[in-house]
Design a protein around this ligand. Structure first.
Ligand SMILES: [Zn+2]
Length: 289
């Protein structure tokens, strides 16, 4: 290679390299966007100060009918990584991929044993149940998928990501053990919920979820009567609701069985995923004693 072509090559390469470096430096952290609050917490637990996390579905909003706003879609255009829950929760994913094709998309449900969900409409096929984060066992798989994604976009942080993941996995394991021993003591195993979010949770702890709503749909009078009858038969006196959903039907059933409505939140922003899951577990266990 002669001097001139070497110079030309350098002129071409140096701005490219410095461009990359300064972009990385100005960014500082890995920009991660994700869908729901618990996933944001998992990303934060794995990435700590190496990541900057944006959660799309705001507190109080309901993720199944959520659509990202144009400004949220613009924000995600700068993300390095998108952590999707997967299992069919993000039906709008293509609108985000249209504005950002360079980011790494991590499907956190990869490797999770998915259960069948509710059909969305009469004509639609049965989909998978997306509520995998409400199983500490499956949450651990999601956390490991997040770790692998962060390691691949930011290999310099590999040791940090692995160590942070290992400590969070230990917390999830302790949570799982806590819930196992909590439900081992409960006589009855059936509980009534408004929204069928607790399928994986119920599977993990040997429980049975009776749901009032199929995704977004009120039950017909026949199903209502069946639920009321099941409650009477099983001595169920608590109907669980989630704050993101209209409790009307739950109140109707609670009144019918002279029971009470208790709120549990699968998307609670505080105090933490682990503490919230313990508290949900205690509330459900209390209703089974
Ligand atoms: Zn849900």
């Amino acid at each position: 290679m002669n001097k001139t072509s070497l110079l030309v090559l350098l002129l071409l390469i140096v701005p490219l390299l410095s461009g990359c470096v300064s972009e990385k430096e100005s960014a500082g952290q890995v920009k991660v966007a994700t869908t729901i609050i618990p996933l944001g917490e998992f990303v934060q637990a794995v990435g700590k100060d190496r990541v900057n996390v944006t959660v799309l579905v705001p507190p109080g909003a309901e993720p199944h009918t959520f659509e990202p706003s144009p400004s949220q879609i613009r924000d995600v255009a700068n993300a390095d990584v998108y952590v999707e829950n997967g299992a069919g929760l993000e039906r709008w994913m293509s609108s985000i991929l249209n504005v950002n094709s360079h980011m790494l998309v991590v499907d956190s449900s990869k490797g999770v044993d998915l259960l069948a969900g509710e059909a969305e409409g009469a004509d639609e096929a049965i989909t998978s149940d997306p509520h995998i984060w409400l199983s500490p066992h499956d949450a651990a798989i999601q956390v490991q998928n997040i770790r692998d994604g962060l390691v691949s976009v930011d290999p310099a942080g590999k040791d940090d990501y692995i160590n942070n993941t290992n400590s969070y996995l230990a917390e999830l394991k302790a949570l799982d053990a806590y819930l196992n021993s909590t439900f081992a003591e409960t006589k009855r195993k059936k509980f009534v919920v408004l929204h069928p979010a607790w399928t994986y949770f119920a599977r993990d702890y040997g429980l049975e979820q009776i749901a009032i709503e199929a995704e977004e749909k009120d039950p017909g009078p026949r199903l209502l009567a069946e639920i009321v009858e099941a409650c009477r038969k099983e001595n169920i006196t608590t109907v669980f609701v989630e704050p993101q959903f209209n409790p009307k039907m739950a109140e109707v059933i609670a009144q019918e069985i002279q029971g009470k409505v208790v709120s549990i939140d699968g998307l609670a922003p505080t105090p933490s995923y682990i503490e919230n899951m313990k508290s949900v577990g205690e509330k459900i266990a209390e209703s089974l004693r």
